[in-house]
Design a protein. Sequence first.
Length: 338
Amino acid sequence: MPVPEIILSAFADEAANHKTALEQFSALASVGLQYYSPRFVDVRSDGNIQHVVDLNKTDTNALKKLHAEFGMHVTSIGSRVGKVKLLDVKDGSHNTFVPFRKYLSSEVTRTIKQAVALDTKLIRGFSFYHPQTDPPKDYVDQAVDQLGQIVDLCAKEGVVYGLEVEANLIGQDGHLLAELSKKVNSPNMVCIFDGGNLVSQNMTPGECYEEYLAMKKHIGWIHIKDYRAKRGARRGGPVDEDALKNFVPSNIGDSLHEHILRDFRSEIPKAQRKMKKLGVPGVFLELEPHLKGGGQFGGFSGPDGMGVAARALCSLLDYVDIDYHLRTFDDVCEARGF
């Protein structure tokens, strides 16, 4: 039986001290990666850091030239879509509200346009903030309605919306994400598992694994992030994302990545068929380690931290017998035209 293979990727801005595109691509290329998700980037190395969705056409084209120079390809747009309030109510949070029709015509439309411009079929997105005083399950149907409209716009451009599990959102665990996915019921929406985003809600390793099992049939790709939960901490209530500081490599955290990847191994062929049918090259495992800190809209690992995180993941993949590709001498020769 052939060994299943995944595609390694990373959020490149995590690897760059100053967020320049040159730093980002140099760090990832040296680790051996050929795919990345853009998020925050200084294209011209002039100190002007922008979210990738906010780049103008000139800077987008400059970024694409650097892709060719460094042999990089875009995995997904690391978007902010869905990280706004579902309702315009005061709930003690600092989250913003944007009327949905306006949101569709601005943030969502621009994100899809940038995905097409950067030659990717994937957008990483979220499931909206419910009022933090209420349980998220009370708002599933409204979220499904809005997510469905976003996914319909994505489908018109041949783009896939990846719904990431994350604290404080309606889709804050695997069961809720699976419910959202079932109700939206579109091939152009898949789910993104992220163990660190579960454990950081003070879930136990066993609970994290159960949430993975609940959503695994809906997974399109996986973010690799891990966390050490506070022992004895109680779950419930909003998570202060900017105060999280116990992120660790995937081989020493509480997310049970070894067990999850060992189980996911048998799902990879089916997931590959699903993703390739949508025009995606395969199933991505994407590093988003946050080893030097993380928050609501991003994180940081540095070039050293990204190297540590990549080696930790590769050691796990070797252990559970999942194949992957890092740059080889043949790739270097091909880039030189040999």
